[in-house]
Design a protein around this ligand. Structure first.
Ligand code: C2O
Length: 527
């Protein structure tokens, strides 16, 4: 068991991409930020010092934070933000987790540039359940806006419309050779990964993009998926890895070609880097700019191929019975808005409730029993009946509220996430803080409580922290509420979160000695 102590500085750094230079908020001046490397069982102390003019928090996406909700990071959910000139020490232990996760700012849209990978190695002398790779490579997929990202959001809030899409996708901070600008200033030829012929590489892929599911592909090469969201999977081989914002995926790449360069793409926008096999005599680059035509079928087959390893060492402890059976409709709607340029605005809601951020942290309000900050009447089923037909809006009404759903310690929860497709069918990457969940079922169209459960996999379903809900369909997830605190659930498309697609669970303390939320640290920021 080690203790890892780090100090990171949140600083502004002038950065040039696509011929455009702007100051961006970074971790230690780097974009993406440095990789945090640790080992299963380690206690991690990261002091985050805020040198910028914005409020900041950091979320350790996928880290369970058992009893340490104070270190989880979502602003106004588990902590007040770190104000300019202040600092805060995130203190947590990596219990029972190993693999690739990531960290990102969890306030406004700062995570566009404030993010990085977390690599948790297995305990000493514990091997991977696959053969040891020759080398491990972190690939952080992101998005770049030439405009200031704050301006992009402000514009969207003012008009009530969707924000502008990003100007490029990036791999480890670099737009691809095609998307790059051609003048010499700010030109980039993309990120290059050099590999040796015949060797196998473990790619640790993070989707840190704000608003885009990505299709990751390496021309001429197959990829073997071995882990998602720091959970080992039954290995399976694909051409294309489907990865939503928030998700992480580890794949094995065997460099089985001899010479050449192979384009690595993260569609939709074809921004790329190059894998160069024996790069000395690199010749042509194969350029292709086709976003997958059958994206939905690729996504479906990828999702259904994902299964937990479920071995003796890594069992899948799926709750067989449930205490709470919830149905959450996930959708967008249009509400009147007097301050919006267009007289209406897009809102997003779960069960017709558009979540309103409080002004003080929910976890503190809960711990200190402060009244009037939230209510615990979040509806367990939609407030308005719906019937998703795939054509036309049926379920647009929303109300506002800071409503939580209350769970007893150790209760077993099933949530059916149903896309209501009110504007058009959409895939939503739904992320739950504080837990992993099992994806026990998924399908297209309406969930049917009579017939759908018979299709559930309760043996080896994939376990993860972020699910790409099938577009125009549903997914059923299960988890055990064994972590006391306040835990955010939201769409990891930043724009949907901004519109209100979020809620939180409130989990009680248990009765046992190690079953209650620890007290807040002394340096917990104040609102
Ligand atoms: Cu990675 Cu609440 O998010």
């Amino acid at each position: 068991r080690g203790v890892l102590i780090k100090i990171v500085q949140i600083v502004t750094r002038k950065t040039t991409r696509l011929c455009s230079t702007k100051p961006i908020v970074t971790v230690n001046g780097q974009y993406p930020g440095p990789t945090l490397s640790a080992r299963e069982g380690d206690t991690v102390l990261v002091k985050v010092v805020n040198h910028v003019k914005y409020n900041v928090t950091i979320h350790w996406h996928g880290i369970r934070q058992i009893r340490t909700g104070w270190a989880d990071g979502p602003a106004y959910i588990t902590q007040c933000p770190i104000q300019p000139g202040q600092s805060y020490v995130y203190n947590f232990t990596l219990t029972g987790q190993r693999g690739t996760l990531w960290y990102h700012a969890h306030i406004l849209w700062l995570r566009a540039t404030v993010h990085g990978a977390i690599v948790i190695k297995p305990k000493l002398h514990v091997p991977y359940p696959f053969s040891n790779p020759h080398q491990e490579v972190v690939l952080v997929l992101g998005e770049w806006w030439n405009a200031d990202t704050e301006a992009v959001i402000n514009q969207a809030t003012k008009t009530g419309l969707a924000p502008n899409v990003s100007d490029a996708h990036t791999i480890n901070g670099h737009p691809g050779p095609i998307a790059s600008c051609v003048s010499s200033q700010g030109r980039t030829d993309g990120y290059k990964l050099k590999v040796k012929s015949g060797k196998t590489y473990l790619l640790r892929i993070v989707n840190a993009a704000l608003n885009e599911d990505l299709f990751f592909k390496i021309a001429g090469h197959k990829l073997t998926v071995v882990e998602v969201d720091a959970i080992y999977t039954k290995p399976f081989t694909v051409d294309t890895v489907v990865i939503t914002p928030g998700q992480t995926t580890n794949v094995l790449l065997t460099a089985d070609k001899t010479l050449g360069q192979y384009l690595v793409t993260a569609s939709p926008f074809m921004d790329a880097m190059i894998v160069a096999v024996d790069n000395k005599t690199a010749t042509a680059t194969l350029h292709y700019k086709v976003p997958p035509r059958n994206a939905t079928s690729i996504a479906t087959s990828f999702a259904t191929s994902l299964l937990s390893l479920n071995s003796k060492k890594y069992p899948a402890n799926v709750p067989r019975e449930v205490d709470h059976s919830l149905l959450f409709t996930i959708g967008l709607g249009i509400n009147p808005c007097s301050t919006c340029v267009n007289g209406s605005r897009i809102v997003a809601a779960i069960n017709n409730v558009s979540f309103v951020m409080p002004e003080t942290a929910l976890l503190e309000a809960h711990f200190f029993n402060k009244q009037g900050v939230f209510t615990t009447d979040f509806p367990g089923k939609p407030l308005v009946p719906f019937n998703y037909t795939g054509s036309g809006p049926t379920n647009l009404q929303t109300t506002n509220g800071t409503r939580l759903y209350h769970l007893a310690y150790n209760s077993r929860v099933q949530v059916v996430l149903q896309d209501t497709g009110t504007i058009s069918p959409e895939s939503h990457p739904i992320h739950l803080h504080g837990f992993n969940f099992f994806v026990v079922g998924q399908g297209v169209g309406n969930y049917d409580s009579n017939t759908s459960p018979s299709t559930f996999n309760l043996v080896d379903p994939i376990e993860r922290n972020t699910i790409g809900m099938p577009s125009g369909g549903w997914a059923a997830i299960r988890f055990k509420a064994d972590n006391p605190g306040v835990w955010f659930l939201h769409c990891h498309f930043e724009v949907h979160t901004t519109w209100g697609l979020k809620m939180a669970f409130l989990v009680d303390n248990g009765k046992g000695p190690n079953e209650s939320l620890l007290p807040p640290p002394n340096d917990l920021p104040k609102c």
